[in-house]
Design a protein around this ligand. Structure first.
Ligand SMILES: *[C@@H]1O[C@H](CO)[C@@H](O)[C@H](O)[C@H]1NC(C)=O
Ligand SMILES: *[C@@H]1O[C@H](CO)[C@@H](O)[C@H](O)[C@H]1NC(C)=O
Ligand SMILES: [Cu+2]
Length: 260
């Protein structure tokens, strides 16, 4: 969805502020946590939206340092953030904020057309507190939600959360767990990013060796077909015979998911 950078918060409220969302709640042990209980708080955009809607304003640009954990997420804005204890092999998730009591109970769902991915980065040696970690180290990918098998539809579209499994052999320890969701755009350089980082301590037998590490920002190129999703002949989204966006042409980003 196209966002105007002109701040007209009253108008946004009147529309239900539907262009905005933030993954502020961790799903753990089948319970949805409260906002920013286990997730790093983010700043509202400087464009004048009220706090809770402003936090959901997207990030732009693949070299934006805020792509690490969200807008102004480090130094940690909510230093009383808790660390969620999670068992390797369990299902967890990143859940959207809402419903908004000051906006007729409006509950956003994931509506940006694009994938979601989740990564882990181990707390560096020598640190004991996740609050001290800037997230500039190595991440490995543990989940990807792209296009539905045999259906011309995004997996996440219409959902409240991206749920996934912590790989069963993940080495135990404290991790920054980072979600990214973006709108893949046919206009180069126009992708919108939604990023959140949770503080987790993973328990379990371990034994796995994570592989294929990347760092943020600058993990991707604007030329990457998973970011710039277009048909070079038309300059538009690839289209099928019905004139719909052809998601079978979508190429998942690198690296691969480490499944443990
Ligand atoms: C994710 O898990 C939570 C908690 O179990 C559940 O409420 C939610 O419906 C799940 N969402 C999806 C899309 O599976
Ligand atoms: C989830 O359940 C496990 C026990 O099964 C417990 O050790 C852990 O603290 C719980 N995590 C949270 C965040 O409630
Ligand atoms: Cu948008």
């Amino acid at each position: 969805m196209k966002h105007s950078t002109i701040a007209v918060s009253a108008a946004l409220l009147a529309q239900g502020a539907s262009a905005h969302y933030v993954f502020s709640r961790l799903v753990v042990n089948n319970t949805v946590s409260s906002d920013f209980q286990y997730i790093r708080d983010v700043a509202a955009s400087p464009n004048g939206q009220p706090e809770i809607f402003g936090k959901g304003f997207p990030l732009y640009g693949l070299s934006n340092p805020e792509l690490v954990c969200g807008r102004d997420a480090f130094p940690v804005r909510n230093p009383a953030i808790s660390t969620a204890t999670v068992l390797a092999g369990d299902d967890v998730g990143f859940h959207l904020t809402g419903p908004y009591s000051d906006d007729d109970g409006y509950q956003p769902t994931i509506f940006h057309t694009g994938p979601g991915q989740v990564f882990l980065s181990k707390l560096p040696d020598g640190m004991t507190n996740l609050n001290d970690y800037d997230g500039k180290g190595d991440f490995f990918k543990i989940a990807y939600a792209g296009v539905k098998d045999k259906e011309n539809e995004w997996v996440l579209l219409g959902n409240l959360a991206m749920n996934f499994t912590i790989p069963p052999t993940t080495p135990p320890g404290k991790y920054l767990m980072r979600l990214e969701h973006w709108m893949a755009d046919y206009r180069k350089g126009n992708s919108q990013w939604y990023v959140s980082c949770a503080h987790v301590e993973i328990k379990g037998k371990g034994g796995g060796t994570p592989s294929e590490f990347i760092r943020f920002p600058n993990a991707y190129s604007e030329e990457d077909p998973s970011i710039w999703f277009h048909d070079p002949n038309t300059g538009d989204f690839p289209k099928n015979a019905n004139g719909d966006v052809d998601l079978s042409k979508y190429v998942a980003p690198k690296p691969d998911v480490w499944t443990g």
